[in-house]
Design a binder for this molecule. Structure first.
Ligand code: BTN
Length: 266
């Protein structure tokens, strides 16, 4: 699957591995930077892309991530050899109004990549990936906007492969559902392949991305308990709109919620 490939490395905490070019992809993963240790792969790729011209599809993989960033300024914990921590550089040149569609495309691609292992993963709004209502993977997308276009997108993905997650009751890892632990490189390749496949769809038939996202949306059409300002309520999940708002039918009335405004209760 892989062939050796020259790649650029920076910093003290990097080591050179005989890495890899994802053979089944056209452009994603044709330039892979593997780091032994880094603060955050997203930060690393943001800095590098500001100082060096990088090809679209450049991937950064870290064995150890010390200050992994999660959504809403949370930390993302990972364990050496037990988690996949990657960032991918894309230059989508989409209109800013399509920012959330871009999120949907990445969440869908990650969901499909994991489903390759005969798992049933779903996307919990806005873009967490769950198995059996527990989080197995997370996405942090950091965009640079120029004019009204998304010029550069750093797509950070963390997957729990066989993490020790017993202290996190709302998390799970792939190993809990598989007989054989997937290798990091195999998982990386699957993710890149699915992103690449859907990237063409995103550009040519964006409505399809929206449809597929909703087909995989956690609790769509079902009654879900939420909490808002410490009060709980039930609602039926209707959809996620272009602004990334969750549309919920509450007592027959369609309510629009922004990210962070409500919490799912289990
Ligand atoms: C979340 O669900 O809160 C998002 C988690 C994203 C974690 C990944 S790990 C690789 C990349 N680098 C980071 O610092 N964060 C993302």
């Amino acid at each position: 699957m892989f062939r050796n490939y020259d790649f650029y490395l920076r910093g003290k905490n990097t080591e050179i591995y005989p890495l890899i070019c994802l053979m089944d992809c056209l452009f994603i993963g044709q330039h892979v930077i593997e780091l032994s240790s880094v603060d955050s792969t997203n930060n690393y790729l943001i800095d590098l892309s500001e100082n060096k011209s990088l090809v679209e599809g450049t991937v950064v993989v870290a064995k150890k991530q010390i200050e992994g960033k999660g959504q809403r300024n949370n930390r993302w914990a990972s364990e050496v050899g037990k988690s996949l921590c990657i960032s991918i550089l894309l230059k989508p040149k989409l209109d800013v109004s399509q920012q959330f569609l871009f999120n949907k495309f990445i969440a869908l691609s990650l969901c499909q990549a994991l489903n390759n292992y005969s798992l049933t993963t779903v996307i919990k709004w806005p873009n967490d990936i769950l198995i059996d209502s527990k989080k197995v993977a997370g996405i942090l997308i950091e965009n640079s906007i120029r004019g009204n276009k998304i010029e550069k997108s750093i797509v950070g993905i963390g997957v729990n492969i066989n993490n020790n997650i017993s202290q996190f009751p709302s998390a799970t890892s792939l190993a809990d559902y598989l007989n054989t632990k997937p290798s990091n490189s195999e998982l990386l390749e699957l993710i890149c392949k699915n992103i690449e496949k859907n990237y063409f769809l995103l550009k040519q038939k964006p409505s399809m991305i929206n449809e597929l996202y909703h087909q995989n949306l956690f609790q769509k059409g079902l009654v879900q308990k939420f909490s808002k300002n410490d009060e709980s309520f039930d609602g039926i999940i209707n959809s996620v709109n272009d602004n990334g708002q969750l549309l919920v039918d509450v007592n027959g009335c369609l309510e629009f919620y922004n990210m962070g405004e409500i919490k799912f209760m289990f």
